[in-house]
Ligand binder design. Sequence first.
Ligand code: ASP
Length: 330
Amino acid sequence: MKRLLILYTGGTIGMDQTPQGLAPVPGFLPQQLARLARPGVSWEVREYAPLLDSSAITIADWQRLVGDIAANHEGYDGFIVIHGTDTMAYTASVLAFFLQGLAKPVVVTGSQLPLVHPRSDGWGNLADAIEAACQPDLHEVCISFNRLLLRGVRARKLDAASFAGFDSPNAPPLARFGIAPQWLRDGWRQANGPFRPLLPQQADIRCAMLLPGAMAAAFGRWLQADRPQAALLLSYGNGNAPADAALLAGVAAASAAGTLVLNLTQCVHGAVAVGAYAASQPLAQAGAIAGADITPEAAQAKLLWLLSQTLADDARRNLLREDCCGELTR
Ligand code: ASP
């Protein structure tokens, strides 16, 4: 008998009509899960309070999730996290970084339409999540959505209007759920060392997106004035940015003072590649670290993970360039 622990945090999937519109209804989803009962699998459901619209997720919620999975790692065969779609990719990335050495599947899922809707996608997503959470050789955090199993630390919410809400643009899926599940085991990660969970800590991580004719100087001044612990800059294409004096001075001053400035691309596919264009060089020379093809969601999680540990500045910078849990194409 496989034993699963289901952590229910909220999201559309368990919402019902209330006089104010769709809202999470405590007790409703755990009851509905009984319809998915099957021989050989049992589960325990922990419903979090309050149930969240995932746009409200905080570091404290991530601490609780990481803590619950870490504390129960030995007692269950797999874990399912039921979550709203808005920040699902952020949570999946955080779980991947903070639960390294995981020896069980952790499958995050939710839906675009609530289970109470006659055309809900939630039933299929949950059924596939249960299937994945029973695979003993799946040792990673995944997202089950729209008949795909995606690597959590590579996944993004790319569509708020169709059932195909998620994809992992720079990494292949881990499974496709057709009439029979197609497990793409060749791409699964091997267990890497002992289980070493870590609790996320509060950190000052900022993010800015370049806009033509705007934001470059503002981002530079912001870095100069605030010196956050880390900052993501969403630049153009392969990591290009204007050689704006205020931008470069801000990146240089903040980097010298210990801020981790990570250069990401605004593109969904592809990577920051310093040197592909001359316009990528000034930022790199000022101290910005090239984020390669890491997603913004995984970048936040990785920075949080680096800042939640006692590490020398150099060690943090080196780890940002390395693949730590599947977040980068090697
Ligand atoms: N706003 C909802 C949430 O993220 C959307 C969803 O679950 O699909 O909680």
